[in-house]
Design a protein around this ligand. Sequence first.
Ligand code: ZN
Length: 319
Amino acid sequence: MYLVGVDLGGTNIATALMDDKGNIIARRKTDTEAGKGPEKVMQNMIDCIYDVLGDKGIDSIRGIGLGIPGLVNPPKGICLFAGNLGWGRNIPVIDRFAAEFKVPVFMDNDVRVATLGEKHFGAGRGVDNLICITLGTGVGSGIIIDGKLYRGSTWNAGEIGHTTVFKDGLLCNCGNRGCLELYVSATGIARRAREYIQSGNFTLMAELVGHDLSKITSRTVSEACDLGDRLAIYIMEETAEILGIAVANYVDILNPELVIIGGGVSLVGDKLLVPLRRFVEQRAMRDLGKMVRIVRAELGDESGMVGAGALVMENMGLI
Ligand SMILES: [Zn+2]
């Protein structure tokens, strides 16, 4: 028997056909076309599922899992709000897929689903208490307590990106000020780099983008670090410090064994993880900060779709 996992992103829809051991049999990717509205996005997801099934009939599928980027209510099968997709209030999701495929369909937030993927098939295998933080366009996290995903009272536990790290910080689109994701997401890192350059700091980063500062990304910062650029190294260190405050708070509250760092920014690897480990050890309570391991996600950009498959397995008692 097979499972289908779908990772819905603001730009792409990634779909995997998996066996019940978590092995990917086939994968497909298509454009989300978020600007065309929820109906079109869900039709694209359905087309992508048919595409990944190939000549395998729907009878060979035990269930479909969906990772949705926003606030969700999985029991009701609705997406409450998804800013990156431009989805407003209460979009019904599961009904559409259940009617089309007539198999069990499950959904959850994309980062929570990616956390399930890492827990069962990635860096978190065999670990019962962990946090998985993704640093992408935004910042999110999932929490595994005693082997189970912790969902909170209204299914949205883990919104670390909107916890406050600066009392009078920048205004966030969530309405709060000084949210973590404004500083350590890919977009936040790039914005800080631009601001430092505009205030007159010398850096190779300006040359790397042909002096067009709008082209600076977190990857530019990473490349400049490799070239020994002092400002880029400072920005990476500062990123680790700000993220370290949030991670140390998490560590003190939940006492996890493992913190997994995923998302596009995590690809910089040790340039971020080495100072991050140092700041967490400094700020978390002594033994908690010393014993927690901080590692990179293993599944890369597949954690979402593999996790969506794991969501089906979890709901069907297969894992
Ligand atoms: Zn916020």
